[in-house]
Design a protein around this ligand. Structure first.
Ligand code: SF4
Ligand code: SF4
Length: 485
């Protein structure tokens, strides 16, 4: 066992209102520069929808992530070293600017300089790249509001799991928001595919970064990342990606997207994991969510704590792992799931799947909202099909998603019993294999947790400064030679 620490995030999708504040504040902080106009390190998609870039989940087209070969060995889906080298000057598996979008701005000068007249001047859209007038026909969340409609949902790769169950009319469809950022994977395909050794995963906290001095712009990382979360700066020709706001994390401060999240739905914390178990989990032939969970170590286990100390993890980091909301939601309560575990990168941004109004569904079915049987029965018939959520978060395992939604329903019903003065029935807890105390602790974390409970981030250690800087000094993005082709 080799204990390492990884910073991770959980997002509670029930609370996301799709305001995109996270995207805008991230863009203002990191990609408000020439060359990366089209880049959103954090974007918020509407599901069902095709996303940004278009149909990023269609790995039959992009060949991202990993696959297991006939001998059970893990291989990059983009091919072995030789195949990738043969495509080094002409990689066909890359999204084009059209797949992302032609970034628009507006001709604001017209508003400022138009002479007085009878007609109101209009600021027309112009391309932020060419400065030429353009028609707005696509954008990073074009699906918003039309999500679930036949226009976009039908092309969503995840809809293959549920097509027969979903009617494509506004009255009968469903939608929810999916904020996305780099997953800072435990088994990152971007790092494995980079011919220059420019992509790297920091040993101290697992954040995946790009060394701008080493990047030669081969773009293999863009193809290999199944989440399409590496972007090319069109001026420098080099790769850029979400940095998990590492200068803030090193100070113990949450990422910009998390701190500014209007819905307070993001949680940041540490997980301790066994580095020797990562390869086997990624190549697992069976339940991929359980395989991913099996890598993480109980930070309260004395044997794990002793080994963590031997492996050089400081006492404050061990204490932070014990108080980690990510550990609590993903491992203790098991309500957070990884996005597309079948890509086998072991993603470290976890999602609590959305629970559509379960009591409405119970009443609609003529059930009693105080009866656990009726409520759990309704979970299987919610407006958002279990199979759709399973295609996103559980490699198709609808029972796993149903278990999470039942636990969330049980938590709500248990708390309703408490707050309405009725005696809390332990039935809700026992029916989902939990206890009243556990459900109340889950409720506290999801409903009323303070900032100090949602973000448990130990500051970096001064003695790790050289490793934290990687092969660069300061912020890697500072070194982008903006304006140099
Ligand atoms: S999500 Fe991030 S860490 Fe994972 S493969 Fe893509 S760029 Fe790399
Ligand atoms: S700021 Fe929060 S609520 Fe708004 S879109 Fe982003 S994740 Fe959702």
């Amino acid at each position: 066992m080799r204990v390492m620490a990884q910073v991770g995030m959980v997002l509670n999708l029930d609370k996301c209102i799709g305001c995109a504040t996270c995207s805008v504040t991230c863009k203002q902080t990191w990609t408000n520069r020439d060359g990366v106009e089209y880049v959103w390190f954090n974007n918020v998609e509407t599901k069902p929808g095709i996303g940004y870039p278009k149909r990023w989940e269609d790995q039959s087209a992009w060949r991202g992530g990993w696959r297991v070969d006939a001998n059970g060995r893990l291989r990059l889906a983009s091919g072995g070293k030789l195949k990738r080298l043969s495509r080094i000057f002409a990689n066909p598996d890359l999204p084009t600017l059209d797949d992302y979008y032609d970034p628009a701005t507006y001709d604001f000068d017209t508003l400022l300089t138009a002479p007085a007249g009878d007609r109101m001047p209009v600021a027309r859209p112009i391309s932020a790249i060419t400065g030429q007038p353009m028609r707005l026909t696509w954008g990073p969340n074009w699906d918003d509001d039309l999500g679930g409609s036949g226009r976009y949902a039908a092309d969503d790769p995840d809809m293959a799991a549920v097509r027969d169950q979903v009617r494509m009319s506004f009255e009968q469809t469903f939608m929810f928001h999916l904020p996305r950022l780099c997953e800072h994977c435990l088994n990152p395909a971007c790092v494995a595919s980079c011919p220059s050794g420019a992509m790297y995963k920091r040993a101290s906290d697992g954040i995946v970064l790009v060394d701008q001095n080493k990047c030669r712009g081969w773009r293999m990382c863009v193809s290999a990342c199944p989440y399409k979360k590496v972007y090319i700066n069109r001026l420098s020709g080099k790769a850029e990606k979400c940095t998990f706001c590492f200068p803030r994390i090193e100070q113990g401060v949450p990422t910009v997207c998390a701190e500014t999240c209007v819905g307070r739905l993001r949680y940041i914390g540490l997980l301790l994991y066994d580095a020797d178990a990562v390869g086997e989990a990624a190549a697992s032939p069976g339940d991929l969510v359980e395989a991913q969970r099996s890598v993480f170590l109980d930070p309260n286990d004395p044997a794990v704590v002793a080994q963590a100390r031997r492996d050089g993890i400081g006492e404050d980091w061990i204490a932070a792992a014990q108080a980690s909301p990510v550990w609590a939601l993903a491992m203790r309560h098991k309500v957070a799931l990884p996005l597309h575990p079948e890509y086998r990168t072991l993603p470290m941004i976890w999602y609590i799947p959305p629970l559509s109004p379960v009591l409405d569904a119970t009443s609609a079915m003529g059930g009693d909202s105080a009866d656990a049987d009726d409520v759990f029965h309704a979970v299987a018939n919610l407006r958002i099909p279990l199979e759709y959520l399973a295609a996103l978060f559980a490699d198709g395992d609808a029972d796993l998603v149903a278990g999470v939604l039942m636990k969330l329903s049980a938590m709500r019903s248990h708390m309703r019993c408490l707050t309405t003065g009725r005696v809390a029935s332990d039935d809700w807890a026992t029916r989902v294999g939990s206890t009243a105390e556990e459900l109340e602790s889950l409720y506290r974390l999801l409903a009323v947790a303070k900032m100090s409970e949602r973000y448990v981030i130990p500051p970096a250690h001064r003695e790790d400064a050289a490793e934290l800087a990687g092969w660069t000094t300061g912020c890697p993005l500072d070194q982008v030679a903006v304006g140099r082709p």
